[in-house]
Write a protein that binds this ligand. Structure first.
Ligand code: P1T
Length: 377
């Protein structure tokens, strides 16, 4: 079965009692048991819920995987992975992750004596140099948020496996429609389902997708023990969003390519970060490991920091808001918004300038998007 068909059919059988074609929202906390200790498959909704189960059974095959676990947010999914580690373990992360990922690593888990190194993972040599005897995990985001850096998943996994590291890939920007990290050897894929999978900016959710039986049992135990699970309505909304993921991603990518080409030629634009431009340092690898380049891009206008803030406040179709992956186009100023939790000196060092503007290109008519950027610039 191909992707667009899987997205609509996998894990979603008609309801056995009524024939309802769409998975019902099982808005229930608990389940009546005919006899003590003999539930009819479900006992308590923190542990399992039929709507959530349908979503998990839908998500796993989209990444060509055996298992998926869903969470109350992308960060709850990230947090679930972190429960595997113990004080003294060392983790290598890309140096420009989503600000919230950086915050949970440095301001929560560092307090539990987990050790972190942040390196530019788009260069394998940096990872090689960072590996130590206590390194347990390699954390990747590709394309990265907000600099759209590309890490070569396959060659990075080859290196990581020599050192028995678990490799996690945050696949939020690419989605399984464009990139399948588990097929390239990664151990766990994490998603903020808030973004393209949901697709409509109407829910917060997260997911982990994987193949390894032992790792799955461990992560499933944490999912139930910690309890940061998504509600059934949010699961229903993600399931509904996924049904149109294939068609949405086609239009998202087409629009983003046109926006990148417009910006790169614009006299008021200094630099465009978009992996689909042949001038982008990760272009060749992105071409190899993704089926298209996604719809996220960042750029630096030729102006002062203050004028950059004016630009983001001047668009009319692009809404000034955090988040991404929505049908509706969004514009964001990472330094004061999504990446404000990264200290200014660290932002500067990794290249997130105060002029950097990030776009999540939606699926509106491209002529309106270009006109809007033109008038704002
Ligand atoms: O917001 P939440 O569902 O908890 O997901 C966190 C998260 C994880 N990974 C990536 C790559 C992300 O971009 C995010 C959330 N990002 C934004 C809200 C943003 O505007 O970048």
């Amino acid at each position: 079965m191909h992707f667009a068909t899987k997205a609509i059919h996998q894990g979603q059988e008609p309801d056995p009692f009524t024939g309802a074609i769409m998975t019902p929202i099982y808005q229930t906390a608990t389940y009546v048991q005919p006899a003590p200790g003999q539930p009819k498959g479900f006992s308590y909704s923190r542990t399992a819920n039929p709507t959530r189960q349908a979503l998990e059974k839908n998500l796993a095959p989209l990444e060509n995987a055996k298992y998926a676990l869903t969470f109350a947010s992308g960060l709850a999914a990230i947090n679930n992975i972190m429960n595997i580690f113990k004080a003294g373990d060392h983790i290598i992360s890309l140096d420009d992750p989503y600000g919230g990922t950086y915050r949970i690593f440095t301001r929560l888990y560092q307090n539990y004596n987990l050790e972190f190194s942040f390196v530019d993972t788009s260069n394998l040599e940096n990872i090689k140099r960072a590996i130590k005897s206590n390194t347990k995990l390699l954390w990747l985001e590709t394309p990265s948020n907000p600099l759209l850096k590309i890490t070569d998943i396959k060659s990075t996994v080859t290196l990581a496996k020599k050192h028995n590291l678990i490799v996690v890939v945050d696949n939020t920007f690419a989605t399984p429609y464009l990139q399948l990290p588990l097929e390239l050897g990664a151990d766990i894929v994490i998603h903020s389902t808030t973004k393209y999978l949901g697709g409509h900016s109407d829910l917060i959710g997260g997911a982990l997708v994987l193949n390894d039986d032992k790792l799955y049992e461990q992560l499933k135990f944490f999912q139930n023990a910690v309890g940061a699970i998504p509600g059934p309505l949010d699961c229903f909304l993600v399931l509904r969003g996924i049904k149109t993921l294939a068609v949405r991603m086609e239009r998202h990518c087409q629009n983003a390519r046109a926006v990148a080409e417009f910006l790169i030629k614009h006299p008021k634009v200094e630099k465009v970060y978009y992996p689909g431009l042949s001038s982008h340092s990760g272009y060749q690898i992105a071409k190899k490991q993704m089926s298209d380049f996604g719809a996220m891009l960042s750029f630096e206008p030729k102006c002062s920091d203050e004028q950059a803030k004016k630009i983001v406040a001047s668009t009319k179709i692009f809404s000034l808001a955090e988040s991404l992956g929505c049908v509706r186009s969004l514009i964001n100023h990472p330094a004061t918004m999504t990446h404000a939790s990264i200290p200014p000196e660290v932002r500067k060092q990794i290249g997130i300038s105060d002029r950097l503007i990030r776009l999540s290109v939606g699926i509106e008519d491209i002529r309106d998007l270009i006109d809007d950027l033109e008038q704002a610039l």
